[in-house]
Design a protein around this ligand. Sequence first.
Ligand code: DP6
Length: 347
Amino acid sequence: MTRAAGSRELRHVVAVAHANIALIKYWGKYSDARGEHQAPATPSIALALAELTTTTSLTRIGGGADVIRLDGSTARGRERGRITDYLQLWRDHGLIEGRFRVESASNFDRSAGMASSASGFAALATALSAFVPGGLSTQRLSRLARLGSGSAARSITGALSALPAGRDPAARLLVPAEKVPWGMVVCQVDAPRKKTGSRDGMRHTKGTSPYYAAWLAQCKRDYNSLLAVLRLTPGSGSAGQPRARVNLSQAGPLIEANCLTMHACMQAARPALLYWQPATLALMQATAQWREQRHCVYFTIDAGAHVFLVCERAALPLIARLARRVPSVVRVIPSLPGGPARIIDAQ
Ligand code: DP6
C-alpha cells in the first residue's frame, strides 16, 4: 500500500535525485564572526542531468545503529560516518526519530568523482523528508540537503537552478527541465581516484591560494552575468513562463571562463590542487577546435578530471560522437536536463 509522505505509519520510502554540474561554480565555504558554515562563499548555477541518478531507499529498523549500504556494499569509515552524522543531524533537529537502513545506488561510477554527493545527499534528504510529520517546504529541504553537501541543495530543485552565497541559502529553480534549451555530454576520462575531495580542497584553497579573494569577487560577477544572459534577476526565476531561446554562444564563454578561474585559483594553492589529466586538456582543446568548425559547444570541469560539454539539445548525439573519438575518454553519456528530486515509493 502506498502511504502519504509524513504519515506516522510510514516504514519504507524510495527517492530519486539527479546529479547536477555547475556552470558557475561553488568553491569555498561561507564564514562570518561565528566561524565557517556548511554554506557557499560563492553563488552558483547548475544543470541537473536526467541520465545521472541516485536512488535511495530508507527503511525504519530497530536496534541502536543505522545500517548504511552504498552500491550494494556496507559503507565503512569516512563514507559511513558522513551519512550517519547526517541522519543524526535530522534527529538533532527533531525532524525524525529512530534508526534507519539506508540503501543507496547510483547509475554512474561514484568513485570516479562525478557529482555523486549532490545526487546522493539530495536523494537521502528527500527520502528523509517523507518521515517528517507535516512534510517540509522545498526551500527547507534544499537547506537541509546543503548541510549534507553544498551542491546537493541544487539537486533538490533540479533542472537549471541557482544557489546564492551566504550563511543559510536554499537553491531556487531558474528554468524548469523542459524549458532548458541545453543538454550536457558527460566525458569520463581515464584517471586515478582523486586524492583530495571537494571539502578538503576548498579548505586548502581558501587557506593557501593567493587568488582566493579574486575568485570570490569574480564568481559573483560571473553569476550576475549568466543571470543577465538568461534574462533573470538575482531574485527571480522563470518557472512557468514561456521563454525565448537562450543564446549558448553568449552563456558558453562565461561558463568556460568561470571554470578556468576556479581551476586557476585551485592550481595556485600551495601545494597545488591539480585535478586535470592529459585527456582533460585534450577535451578542452578539442572543444575549441569543434567551435572553429561551427559547433556550438563549451566545456566545464568540476574538482576532478572529467569534462562536461554543454551544447544545444539537438546537438547532443553529434557532440557525443565527437567526444568518443578523443583518446583516453572511457565513457561518454549525453544527457538532457533532469528534473527535481522526488519520492517514487512510500509504504
Ligand atoms: C567543484 O558540494 O561536493 O563541484 O559542500 O563540501 O560537500 P561540500 O562540497 P561539494 O562541492 C562541489 C564543488 C564543485 C562545484 C559545484 O558543484 O558548484
